[in-house]
Ligand binder design. Structure first.
Ligand code: OXD
Ligand code: MN
Length: 586
């Protein structure tokens, strides 16, 4: 399929190590995909679901020890340890290559090596980056066909160039103790072994589009971020775009596909999804920041997805979808998960493949069970999804899960202050004991597990980018998760989050004033639209309150985190932190 010497030499080298019986090139055609589905069904790797109710849909179960990303087994292998930084696990590249070579040796004997040429971003566009993943798993091939743009046109676009990301994945023995997800940013290489779970093995996603891409972005002057992209269309047809970063499993997919509340819908507002997980951002010739979603599908968390929380995601999964680790309904050969509806199937198998009694209190679907679905099946997909130029971004929104500290929304005072706001992002896990305060995990820009280099350098890159964007987006922080004294969420969330996004856009247009507080600009109560909500102005006032005492309590945790990141935290962020502390004390 190609004469590219770099590609061919590398594949030969990897094949000599892994020793597959056969090598099959993936060409992106439906005919080949269909043959592979049939083969995977014949071996039990996947099973075909009810084709009348769920056309083109399949079920897969991972090994029970292999159900999530493994941060403690994920390494950034730069020649100097300090370039990977304190937040990442580091291994010396030669040591890592040597160690993993032993695990790969002969691991594909009796198996087929599939060669997947893929593009992150639209082939031939300024944003696009190409990769080749070698894998011995048909499940991986079928997922990559949904999640990325795969085919011979990628090889044509690459031509004779050496500039592609070399990904090697082998299932080996799915041995937890020898599971490694290793990145060699200096070599454009990713090696993954002993896993079959999506986040560890679909190498275009977290490994390439975030870890390796963030490294490349710094070198080349762009950004790779863990952000959804959505567009809000006003009744006059004008669309404004927002990027938003939230830690994993905090509702990015739901926000990206939100259904406007009746108040806005009846006026003609619409919301369009460009992406639900990853944004690549570049400065456009017009001085604005432009974003693309480099992916081609959604690898979403199934539990909790239902007609109320995310009807668009549910509709997206009704065809051509691979479900992983959900419940199998044996009566009609469909799928189910906790939070889908109140009718768990009586005759079913759980995610482990065991006969499941829905009344025994055990979970049927794994909490991290997933759907892999085509973006083009999404009813609210933006017509700019396939636009090579991407979309211009008006606002960047950071968000965490804080029970009390962060208000519903606030606006930073500048790009530098906004970078600070992103750098101190945090989420709380609720402790089991009633009233106990949650454990705070700092997750800057929701990128803690995904920055492919030193976190302090990453902050610096944000500051540097800000200086180069003449017409930079405004930066905000939201918190949908404030709770009352009984621990119930106060804000309704889901589609109603649009009310907050509307304030954000109004601020970007200079259409509303705001109250200046120690942490930034907070809305006046009257500027958050509550028509049609079962919430009064007093409650909104509470949600917008900035509790100085709680913020002061947060400061030592922020300092400790900066110290953990190390001596590359830019001085500007310490200035911001000191200024915040002074304002809180003032
Ligand atoms: C994640 C994901 O873990 O998107 O963030 O899968
Ligand atoms: Mn994610």
């Amino acid at each position: 399929m190609t004469n590219n010497k770099y590609v061919l030499d590398w594949i030969n080298e990897m094949a000599a190590m892994t020793q597959p019986d056969k090598i099959v090139w993936i060409d992106g055609t439906e005919a080949q995909a269909e043959e592979l589905r049939a083969e995977a069904c014949s071996t039990g790797e996947i099973s075909k679901l009810n084709q009348e109710l769920l056309p083109g849909c399949y079920l897969h179960r991972t090994a029970i020890n292999d159900v999530a990303r493994v941060e403690d087994r994920t390494f950034i292998c730069t020649s100097k340890k300090e370039d990977a930084g304190n937040i990442n696990n580091w291994m010396d590249p030669s040591e890592c290559y040597a160690k993993l070579s032993k695990l790969y040796a002969g691991s594909m004997k009796g198996r087929t090596m599939y060669v997947i040429p893929y593009s992150m971003g639209i082939v031939g566009s300024d944003f696009a980056k190409y990769g080749i993943e070698l894998t011995d798993s048909i499940y991986v091939v079928l997922n990559m066909l949904i999640m990325t743009r795969v085919g011979t046109n990628v090889l044509e676009a690459l031509g004779d160039d050496a500039g592609f990301i070399k990904g090697l994945h082998a299932r080996a023995d799915i041995d937890e103790a020898n599971r490694y997800i290793c990145h060699f940013p200096e070599d454009n290489t990713i090696w993954s072994v002993n896993s079959g779970y999506g986040g560890n093995v679909l190498l275009g996603k977290k490994c390439f589009a975030l870890r390796i891409a963030s490294y490349l972005g710094r070198k080349e002057g762009w950004m790779a971020e863990h952000m959804l992209i959505l567009g809000i269309e006003a009744p006059n047809g004008d669309v404004k775009y927002i990027c938003a970063a939230f830690p994993s499993a905090c509702g990015k997919t739901n926000l990206a596909m939100l259904i406007p509340p009746e108040f806005y819908k009846s006026k003609g507002y619409k919301v369009w999804c460009v992406g639900d997980d990853i944004s690549w951002l570049r400065i456009g010739s017009d001085g604005r920041l432009w974003a693309v979603n480099p992916e081609n599908g959604f690898f979403g968390v199934a539990p909790g997805t239902n007609v109320k929380s995310n009807p668009n995601a549910l509709a997206t999964t009704m065809k051509n979808t691979i479900f992983t680790n959900v419940v199998e309904n044996l009566d009609n050969n469909t799928v189910w998960w906790e939070g889908l509806d109140k009718n768990p199937p009586k005759n079913a198998r759980n995610w482990k493949g065991e006969v499941w009694d829905c009344t025994d209190g055990s979970k049927g679907a794994h909490p991290n069970s997933r759907f892999t679905a085509m973006a083009t099946n999404c009813p609210c997909l933006s017509d700019k999804f396939n636009d090579p130029a991407g979309v211009p971004i008006s606002a960047i929104v950071f968000g965490g899960r804080r029970a009390k500290t962060a208000p519903l929304v606030y606006q930073s005072t500048s790009w530098q202050n906004g970078t600070f706001v992103g750098s101190i992002m945090a989420s709380e896990t609720t402790a089991a004991a009633a009233g106990a305060v949650g454990v705070v995990r700092r997750d800057p820009m929701a990128m803690r597990p995904f920055v492919g280099y030193d976190m302090g350098d990453y902050f610096k890159h944000w500051l540097d980018m800000g200086k180069k964007i003449p017409n930079a987006p405004k930066i905000f922080h939201v918190n949908w998760f404030r709770t009352d004294d009984e621990g119930h969420f106060i804000w309704p969330g889901f589609g109603d989050n649009m009310r907050v996004l509307m304030w954000i856009l109004a601020r970007c247009e200079g259409a509303v004033d705001a109250r200046e507080t120690a942490i930034g600009y907070v809305p006046y109560v009257k500027d958050i639209e509550i028509a049609g909500l079962d919430i009064d102005e007093k409650t909104i006032e509470g949600l917008l309150q900035v509790d100085t005492a709680l913020w002061k309590e947060d400061i030592p945790g922020i300092r400790a985190f900066y110290e953990q990141v190390g001596d590359r935290v830019p001085a500007e962020l310490y200035e911001e932190l000191n200024a915040l502390e002074a304002r809180l004390n003032g």
